[in-house]
Design a protein around this ligand. Structure first.
Ligand SMILES: O=P(O)(O)OC[C@H]1O[C@](O)(CO)[C@@H](O)[C@@H]1O
Length: 545
């Protein structure tokens, strides 16, 4: 048993959460609920009133945070303490968006200076490419950039670029290649001209098979299209913490943008991994993105727990997973530009908190990270909202929506808002049997049929949601929003006392995959593995089922 579940606060929450009134009653009993259970910070507004919580719930949750020494753990991260204990690393993605005059010492070195130097290198590169000063091997300017990377070296650049489409400067097209499935790169290369294409190879480790294979294929394509080995330097750059391996691979040293081991892959978009973003929106907007995240960092570090947006969101997520048995959390972005954000938050939270031992190696006796999923509203209402409303699983939801659209057109945005707010209201209040029966009273159905259909129309409600609003989706509000979720993830891991910053769970698949690769290309069939793996390998070798 862990100290956490033995604590008085945990035990009190466990008892308390079993006898909470329905949210309908909480709203009916307090006209000020929206006012008191909402907060603003860094260009974001959070309505957390549609949660299964009373003042006592909140008080117990904040006590849980204090018991875990959350404020000092937050300060520890910002100060570069070695909190990624299994890899003996600091966790300092916050330094990537620190003010230039800040000093953050790591092993006696002010890392803010290194960050600023890399940002300067990025700015010069972005200017060279977008001004046309940087020429390809036949003297033409670069028109297309292909970003090759996977996981945090793909999701951040891809999804932030998509979200900030209104801010693209228009000089470049950008393509993202992640999967080792050749279709991904082939479909892009078909449309490209080697003379005007630049490849950015993004890999913190410079050891990820998918990224290495894709980069080798891109290089092979480039050479077959007429480029020479000497021309590679004009068309290939790399972002990595492993400079020796990148140099060995053939990337010119001056074309390598450094990153550091104190930046986790899923927290790296703020580093040179974000180069595709800066190329598309320009360095000024990229710095606004960083500034938005920096504002949220300051809020997270300085705001009292009871007014701290990431703390509030993290505590509610923990409440449902640990005291209401939820297994997943849905993120619904009521904005087409933000359609990729749930996938980004998926890696961020699931690769961080998908753990089952505490820092000292004790098996947890509580739920940790939930499954994060979601998509864009209103599309989800025509796909999976049925289950969220009437299914047997309780699924807490986050609704995210800008108040202003980048594309105001007729009734579109007001209808989007009506759907967003209507959904949170329906989830909270539901529809009881009497209400369902009353709706059927005018129908041609018999009394028995009405009674039966009414049963099918009942919606329990009491389904929790947070609603996050912003005036407009800008680089700054997007930066604050993503940092909000980064810190929301941190809050949960800190209270659970797990390591949110390593990812040992992805190593086994990689090593077994390498073994399978050898067996797939061996001279004889596989026989020494389990019958399923042998069977699958040998079926692939035969090339037919
Ligand atoms: O940037 P790299 O080192 O190629 O790693 C890519 C991704 O693979 C992981 O290490 C495992 O999924 C992620 O954490 C990371 O973002």
């Amino acid at each position: 048993m862990t100290r956490l579940t033995q604590s008085d606060t945990w035990q009190a929450l466990s008892t308390h959460t079993q006898s909470l009134p329905h949210m309908r009653d909480l709203f009916e009993g307090d006209a000020q609920r929206f006012k008191t259970m909402s907060t603003s910070a860094c260009g974001l507004f959070l309505d957390y009133s549609k949660n299964r919580a009373t003042e006592e719930t909140l008080s117990l949750l904040f006590k849980l945070a204090e018991d875990a020494q959350l404020p000092s753990k937050i300060a520890g991260m910002f100060n570069g303490e070695i909190i990624n204990t299994t890899e003996k690393r600091a966790v300092l993605h916050t330094a990537l968006r620190a003010s230039p005059e800040q000093e953050i010492l790591l092993d006696g070195v002010n890392i803010v200076q290194e960050v600023q130097e890399t940002q300067q290198k990025m700015a010069e590169f972005v200017n060279a490419i977008t001004s046309g000063q940087w020429k390809g091997y036949t003297g033409k300017r670069i028109t297309d950039v292909v970003s090759i990377g996977i996981g945090g070296s793909f999701l951040g650049p891809k999804i932030v670029s998509q979200a900030l489409r209104p801010y693209w400067t228009g000089e470049l097209n950008c393509h993202f290649v992640a999967n080792v499935d050749a279709t991904s790169i082939c479909e892009k290369l078909k449309t490209l001209d080697a003379e005007t294409t630049l490849f950015i190879m993004s890999s913190k480790s410079f050891g990820t098979q998918e990224t290495l294979t894709n980069t080798l294929s891109a290089k092979d394509w480039f050479l077959k299209q007429g480029g020479s080995q000497l021309d590679v330097a004009k068309h290939f750059v790399a972002v990595t913490s492993n400079v020796p391996k990148a140099t060995e691979f053939g990337i010119d040293a001056e074309n390598i943008f450094p990153m550091w081991d104190w930046v986790g892959g899923r927290y790296s978009l703020w580093s040179a991994i974000g180069l595709p973003i800066a190329l598309l929106i320009g360095m000024e907007h990229f710095k606004a993105l960083l500034q938005g995240a920096h504002e949220m960092d300051k809020h997270f570090l300085e705001a009292p727990l009871t007014e701290n947006m990431p703390v509030i969101m993290g505590l509610f997520s923990l409440l449902y997973g640990n005291f209401h048995g939820t297994q997943s959390h849905v993120v619904l972005t009521y904005d087409h530009y933000l359609r990729g954000l749930p996938a980004y938050f998926q890696q961020l939270d699931m690769e961080s908190n998908g753990k089952s031992v505490t820092l000292d190696g004790t098996d947890v006796d509580f739920s940790t990270g939930p499954v994060i999923w979601g998509g864009e509203g209103t599309n989800g209402q025509h796909a999976y909202h049925q289950l969220i409303h009437q299914g047997t699983a309780l699924i807490p939801a986050d609704f995210i929506m800008p108040l202003q659209s980048h594309n105001p057109l007729g009734e579109h945005h007001i209808q989007l808002a009506s759907n967003c707010f209507g959904q949170t209201q329906a989830l909270m209040q539901g529809r009881n049997y009497d209400e369902a029966l009353k709706e059927l009273s005018g129908s041609k159905l018999s009394a028995d049929e009405q009674a039966l259909i009414a049963k099918h129309k009942v919606m329990p409600g009491n389904k929790p949601s947070n609603t996050i609003l912003m005036d407009k989706l800008t680089p700054s509000t997007l930066g604050s929003l993503i940092a909000l979720y980064e810190h929301r993830t941190f809050v949960q891991g800190a209270i659970w006392d797990i390591n949110s910053f390593d990812q040992w769970g992805v190593e086994l698949g990689k090593s077994l995959g390498n073994d399978v690769l050898e067996r797939l290309s061996a001279d004889s069939d596989a026989t020494s593995l389990d019958s399923s793996s042998n069977g699958l390998i040998n079926m692939f070798r035969q090339g037919k089922i």
